[in-house]
Design a protein around this ligand. Structure first.
Ligand SMILES: *[C@@H]1O[C@H](CO)[C@@H](O)[C@H](O)[C@H]1NC(C)=O
Ligand SMILES: *[C@@H]1O[C@H](CO)[C@@H](O)[C@H](O)[C@H]1NC(C)=O
Ligand SMILES: *[C@@H]1O[C@H](CO)[C@@H](O)[C@H](O)[C@H]1NC(C)=O
Ligand SMILES: *[C@@H]1O[C@H](CO)[C@@H](O)[C@H](O)[C@H]1NC(C)=O
Length: 237
């Protein structure tokens, strides 16, 4: 009698997703919302909104904070500058605002694990990075030697904790997690630079300073079988 239960919960999830999607569309697609200027950005429109807009305008999660010189967005507990929006590419650029503070030893604050694992078919996805590749920071209780993927982050390590950064297609795979290590932080990589692999912390910081692209809301459809398989094999840390 396991099957019916599984089927039921699947059906339930699907119904929920459809309901949520219907509501989302009703809520967000107000054509009369005025575009606005925000910091250096002009003519900002859907899916973005500003706090003073009526509730039906844009997405709450894409609300911009505007000052004279900067446009910013809060994602989870971190603030990011938004230097550019690419409407034709349905994405926008973000740079961690903390990177500005002459921090010589930054740790990313993006705290959204690769998302496909908890996507349901037709689910609406917000604030997904444009590219899958990322740098993954690990904190280990023992020094990791003889593993070329583990690049040390000396300025974050102490006498008894060893911090490493892993880059490359498989950097978030459990397969490469050494037993004494656990997840610390991650950052998506920019789409317009070569994918980093076994990059040094200095190179990862350079990439963090240039920021990364985040997608407009989209509805999740099954991607190519290859991508799915690859993602199924990969496990979240
Ligand atoms: C503002 O953006 C809208 C849609 O993105 C576009 O149709 C319109 O031409 C733009 N207006 C200006 C003045 O750039
Ligand atoms: C906007 O996004 C599209 C699709 O990803 C890309 O081809 C284009 O180069 C981007 N434009 C800018 C100005 O980044
Ligand atoms: C990264 O390190 C792994 C493990 O040492 C190695 O197998 C791989 O070839 C390296 N990749 C590059 C581009 O150096
Ligand atoms: C770390 O080790 C060094 C040398 O072994 C020692 O002088 C220092 O006090 C240690 N620091 C801490 C925080 O334990």
């Amino acid at each position: 009698m396991v099957m019916p239960a599984v089927l039921n919960s699947l059906t339930f999830l699907c119904v929920l997703a459809v309901l949520a999607a219907g509501q989302a569309e009703g809520r967000h697609h107000d054509p009369d919302c005025p575009s606005f200027s925000c910091g250096p950005l002009r003519n900002v429109s859907f899916p973005f909104r500003q706090a003073s807009d009526p509730p039906g305008c844009g997405y709450q999660s894409y609300e911009l904070i505007c000052s004279d010189t900067k446009a910013a967005i809060r994602i989870d507990d971190a603030t990011y500058y938004v230097p550019a929006i690419n409407y034709s590419g349905s994405s926008f650029w973000v740079i961690d605002a903390n990177m500005d503070l002459y921090n010589s030893c930054p740790l990313p604050r993006w705290n959204r694990p690769p998302s496909t694992y908890h996507y349901n078919m037709n689910m609406e996805v917000e604030l997904d990075p444009l590219v899958d590749s990322q740098a993954c920071f690990l904190k280990c209780s023992r020094e990791v030697k003889d593993n070329g993927m583990y690049m040390p982050v000396a300025c974050l390590s102490t006498n008894d904790t060893y911090v490493y950064v892993l880059t490359g297609d498989e950097s978030n795979s459990m397969e490469y997690l050494e037993p004494s290590c656990g997840y610390l932080a991650m950052t998506p990589q920019p789409w317009d630079s070569p994918v980093l692999e076994n990059a040094s912390y200095a190179d990862v910081v350079k990439s963090m300073r240039s920021g990364f692209a985040v997608l407009f809301p989209f509805r999740y459809h099954r991607r190519s079988i290859n991508v799915c398989l690859r993602r199924e094999i990969r496990l979240r840390i």
